[in-house]
Each structure stands twice: as C-alpha cells, then as structure tokens.
Design a protein around this ligand. Sequence first.
Ligand SMILES: [Zn+2]
Length: 484
Amino acid sequence: MTIPPALTTRHLKEFLLAACFLQGLGAGLERLGSLDGVVPVISYLALLALLSGGLVASAYIRSAPLRWTTALLLSASAFFYYAYEKVTSDFLTYDAFINMLNAASFADDAVSQNLRAILIVGVSALILLAALGMESRHRPRVPAWLLAMAPWLAVCLLALVLFVRGGEGARAQPATFTPLAYLALAAYEATADSGPRHDVALPQHGAIPSRDIVLIIDESISGQYLDINDPAGVPTPLSKAYPGVAIHNYGLAVAINNCSAGSNVTLRFGGTRENYSHIISTMPSIWQYARKAGYRTVYIDAQRTGGAFQNLMNQDERRSIDEFLQFDGVPVQQRDIATAHSLVTHINDGIPQFILINKVGAHFPVHDKFPDAFMRYRPVLPRGHFPPLSDTGDRYGFDGSRQDWVRYRNSYRDTLLWNVGEFFRIVLQGADLAKATLIYTSDHGQNLHERGDGGRNTHCSIDPVPEEGVVPLVVLEGARVRTH
Ligand SMILES: [Zn+2]
C-alpha cells in the first residue's frame, strides 16, 4: 500500500501520535477485562480519557520551545516506564518506583545488564518525543494557556488518584504521566512525614544484656520449601536435634510485604497495616531500641557492596549502626557462607550485640547461587551466566515455560541446600548458642508457578498469589537460655 505523500507529511504528527496510543491498547483492553462492575470500568475510562486529553493537548502547545520541553519531559517519563516494564515484564507500581529511586546507585548495573531492552524502548520514547514535539499543521480551538497547562493538570489528577488510592490507579493509563505522578506523590510524602525521628521513649531497666540477639532476614525463601514445614522439603539442619540447642519452629509465617524493601523497612522500624507509613518515617529504628537496651549494633548485608544502602536505609539510620559489614570481593555464591562465619565470630566474641542480617538467599537469578557439589535436584537452569549477580529484575533467557519452571524450582531447591542448609550447618557447628537468640525469617516468599501458571514473576506482583507471602519463622537459642 502506498500512502500519498501529501497525506504523510500533513498528518505525520497525528500518525505518530496514533501509533503511540496504539501501543497502550493491549494493556488497556486487558485492564478493562480485569475490572468487575460498572463503577470501576467508568472510573478507569474517565481517567483514561482525561489523561489522554492531557497528552494530546501537550502535542499542540503553540510555543515551540515550550512544546519541545514538555515533550522531552513526558517522553523521558514514558521511557522510564517502558524500560521498567520491558525489563521486569511487570507493571511499574508505586512501591517499585520508590524502590528504584532508592536503588539509584545501582543504575549503572541496571543499564549494563539490560542494555538491549533499554535500546528497544528508547525507540518508542523517541517516536513519542517526535509525535509530541513536531510542528502541527492543525490549530485546535483551545486557549493556548489550557494547552500548556493540560499535561501538568493530568499529572496532578493522576497524583491525586494515587494519593486517594494509596498508590493504586495508574495501571494501563498513559505511560507518560505515571512516573511523574509517582514523583509528585513521593515528594509530597517526603515533606508530609518529615520532622525529627523520635528517640526511644521506653526506659532502660533490668540487667545489662549478656548475649546476642540476631535477626536473620533471608531473601526470597518460601517457608514451605524447607523440610521443617514439609517432609518433602529441602533438608536443612533446622529439622535436626543438637545437644544444648533449642530450635523452635513457628511454621509458616506471613510476610508483611511481598517486596524486599517494604518488608525489610517494616521489620527495622515496626508498623502495622494502619500506620506503617507514619511509624517508618518518624519512629525509632530497631537499632535505636537495641542501643538503648545496651547492645552494640551490627548490620551484615550480604547482598550489596561498596557501602551502598538498600531496602530504604539511609545515612540517618546508618548512624545508629556500630558495625556495617558487606562482603566486597567475595563472590555472590560464597556470601551467605561468609555471613555464617562472620555470625559465628560475632556470637562467640562475648560482646552483647544486636545483629541484623540480609542474606543473599534465593532471589532471581538462582542459576549459579550454589556450587556444583550441591546440585542434588535436577535438571537445573543453565549455569554460568549469572555468577556475579545477587539479584536482578532481568529475566533474560528465562521464558517462564512449564519446563523452565521445573528447572527453576530445582535450582531454587539446590540454592536452599547451600544458602540455607550450609549456612545453618556452619552456624550450628561453630556458634555457642548459649550466647545468642537467633530469629530466622525471610522478607517474602516466592511464586514458583507450581500450578502451571505462566509468567516469569516470582514476587512483588500487584495481584500476589499466597505463596509470595509465605515465609519461615524459626527461633534458635541455647537450650538452657532463660528468656523473660
Ligand atoms: Zn526480597
């Protein structure tokens, strides 16, 4: 088919705009299909119409410099959104956006790991930039000020919806506005909940602590995959008996969040469903409580290196941590083992300490998280491509087919043999547990698609399956330790 040249040049802008809208058509239809009832459908369509109007209006801003500046901001926002979606095959939620802001120090890694995906979405963003920025032959009969304001009114409207709905409501809306509205909401939350963090108000009374308290937060460990909760589970030392050691298994526990950052920050600051946001931003951290009680505070982070913070930690929180330990130069596969040895040393040193640990655990990719000698469950995912990675959202090379998930679950079990089993073997063999109480749990569970459902996601989904929230909860201590 040949398009008459007059038509293409006269309507190129409109043609490109239509192409940009068509890109979101699939997500829109899927969204409509998922909505139950008339009110949600009408609300979704009304918001979609208003936001789409804001986007189209921005393409007809009269002043060329203003139009191009607006186009640049909107297409940069869309680029960010598309890149996230392409890399994770998931919708960019508000939580995920906040996590990415806080992981900005890893932007280099993310870009280098996902270069191909980022280049592909870069083309879409450039088409949008051209569609919005290029000169139009048409002059809609709308006041110039309204055209200039429309995209920002759209951002405000979406931010308002997000605020009212606790971060929800941007799904399948124009990608251009979502990151900008998230940013507006994040800026509001940062100012609304600012102010000095409280000191610990509880008085310190009773004896000076004589042993360590250790909170081990594993990564992506599904409670039902361990032998302590299922006879067919992966064998661990936690199901065995040791002289002088009491191991209390609390069975399957529920994580407070199905994403790392949300559950970790809530474990460090406390919080309930009703007031977690306020507590996390203004109340004392677990480190402050520990110090007030007379403990030295130790943070062992096996996941990050180079002093980088994660899980919403910041410099202010860091000031309450006496020892901040990461394993720069230790291969990812060896970091939970290094953590176990470090924990043994800390427990045995006789100094009363509160120790919080973020283990490497079993986050995607699990291909190379265990040594060959621990390849008990087979067939496994292809080995050798991911050894330097602690965790990533990139699912490159993993299609999520039924056969892929069989291999994934085997690699996952082999990872548990090593990062949970071998970890506790070293701790139970080396540490004098009369000197410590250990609480073992995970940040969240995993959807390992046992029901044969497709997709590549394991956790952090906006419509989670129960498995994403199921974690182990075990307390280990000396059998003769008396707790009051
Ligand atoms: Zn996690």
